[in-house]
Design a binder for this molecule. Structure first.
Ligand code: ZN
Ligand code: ZN
Length: 423
């Protein structure tokens, strides 16, 4: 470590980009926060790893289960780092499920997976569930507390007390339908906040209305690619609120299974979420997609919801292949679309000869500019350093600039993957 510095932060992934979130920290202890994948579609690979840097983590802190934060952990195990991975209970269960999915995605495309299936089982033994709001000591010099972050069931803000106090906000959201709002009664010297939406303000009510209007504008079938947990349920909830929607709703089996799975974690959900989930499960308007009847469902005009979100694989890609030349059908992309994926290439107009209409319509699942301002006012007003992560450029830099205008006395930066920061 540099003389005079208290701590070193190495941006292994997810800085100036979205995906492969990973931060390596050296202070009194050495540890990682997250170790995810970045979706790409190159020859023979579907995801990029966090940077290869000489690391010696004593433990890992995992903010939540999404693959961009968790899915390379089995590789870490394979590299010989058999260290405890602390996370909440839902994160533990979902991480194992999503790492297996990642492995299967490679298999389904006849590609060599980046790790062995046994490494996922090894990882399972290393995942240690910790409750929200209870401080624990992963090593003698460091205390850690997980707090709700409002983004996905079990998602956490990781609060670290080492040489300095660090609040890593991971993926955070306010006003989520299923998850309690982030915990903000904390103060940190270093803050890592989410730059997914750059300097934009996202009004979730308005976004839901726009989303519905887009669905209603379709002439025949609507395909909505999405993650099967989190967004899958949010989209169903938005749609069944609209009584006048005159098309049947079909979801991938995994969306239905994960709706049930969320009910296993009732104590992690926000007030009212259990009722909403039960309503989804009981609604006669929501049925499961039977692949054998896919062509009939498309011909009759249906709303089809399922993974994956970027049209890389699974049921969404199958449906896309059927409707891609049908001008009366509609694909509604939402969420982040990584460069190189089919979803992104459609949005960028790179694919010629496709007749299906493609529209991007976002539903809010991350903090926007106003949320980040609120986080800074409440938790980081005296911070020595604030870093933006989880934002593709120029969004990360735009957010840093917008926040600097509001908080000119704070050191707010948008570093890039590969940067090393001494504090
Ligand atoms: Zn996430
Ligand atoms: Zn993420």
């Amino acid at each position: 470590m540099k003389a005079g510095a208290d701590m070193k932060l190495v941006c292994l992934g997810g800085f100036g980009e979205q995906g492969r979130s990973s931060l390596y920290v050296e202070g009194r202890s050495r540890f990682l926060v997250d170790y995810g994948i970045k979706k790409v579609e190159h020859e023979g690979t579907l995801g990029e790893l966090p940077l290869n840097h000489s690391i010696e983590p004593e433990f890992v802190l995992l903010t939540h289960a999404h693959q961009d934060h968790s899915a390379m952990l089995p590789l870490l195990v394979e590299k010989g780092f058999r260290v405890p991975v602390y996370c909440t209970l839902p994160t533990k269960e979902l991480t194992i499920q999503l790492c297996r999915n990642w492995y299967e995605t490679y298999r389904s495309k006849n590609l060599e997976p980046p790790y062995k299936l046994e490494s996922v089982e090894e990882l399972e033994k290393l995942l240690i569930p910790v409750p929200y709001n209870e401080t624990f000591q992963p090593s003698s010099g460091t205390r850690v507390t997980f707090y709700p972050s409002g983004h996905l069931v079990g998602s956490a803000i990781v609060y670290i007390e080492d040489e300095l106090t660090i609040a890593h906000f991971g993926d955070t959201n306010f006003g989520d339908r299923f998850n309690p709002d982030p915990f903000l009664d904390l103060e940190a010297e270093v803050g890592i906040i989410n730059g997914s939406y750059g300097g934009a303000v996202m009004n979730s009510q308005q976004l839901r209305k726009n989303f519905l209007a887009t669905v209603q504008s379709s002439q025949r079938t609507v395909l909505i690619p999405c993650a099967s947990i989190g967004r899958g349920q949010e989209i169903c909830a938005v749609l069944i609120e609209q009584e006048t929607l005159n098309k049947p709703i079909y979801v991938a089996k995994s969306v239905l299974e994960n709706t049930k799975k969320l009910l296993d974690f009732k104590e992690f959900l926000r007030f009212g979420a259990v009722d909403t989930l039960n309503r989804l499960l009981k609604s006669p308007r929501i049925k499961v997609i039977e692949e054998a009847h896919l062509h009939d469902l498309i011909a009759q005009g249906s709303i089809l919801i399922g993974p994956d979100a970027m049209l890389s694989s699974q049921i969404a890609l199958k449906i896309f292949d059927v409707i891609k030349n049908c001008a009366q059908d509609l694909v509604i992309l939402n969420g982040y679309q990584a460069p190189g994926t089919l979803g992104r290439r459609l949005l960028d107009g790179e694919l010629k000869g496709i007749k299906v209409r493609v529209v991007y319509s976002e539903l809010k699942i991350h903090t926007d500019l106003e949320d980040n301002e609120r986080i800074i006012e409440r938790c980081l007003s005296k911070a020595r350093l604030i870093l933006i992560h989880h934002g593709e450029e120029p969004k990360a830099t735009n957010l840093a600039k917008a926040l600097k205008r509001k908080f000119p006395n704070l050191d707010i930066r948008a570093p890039h993957t590969g940067d090393e920061i001494h504090i």
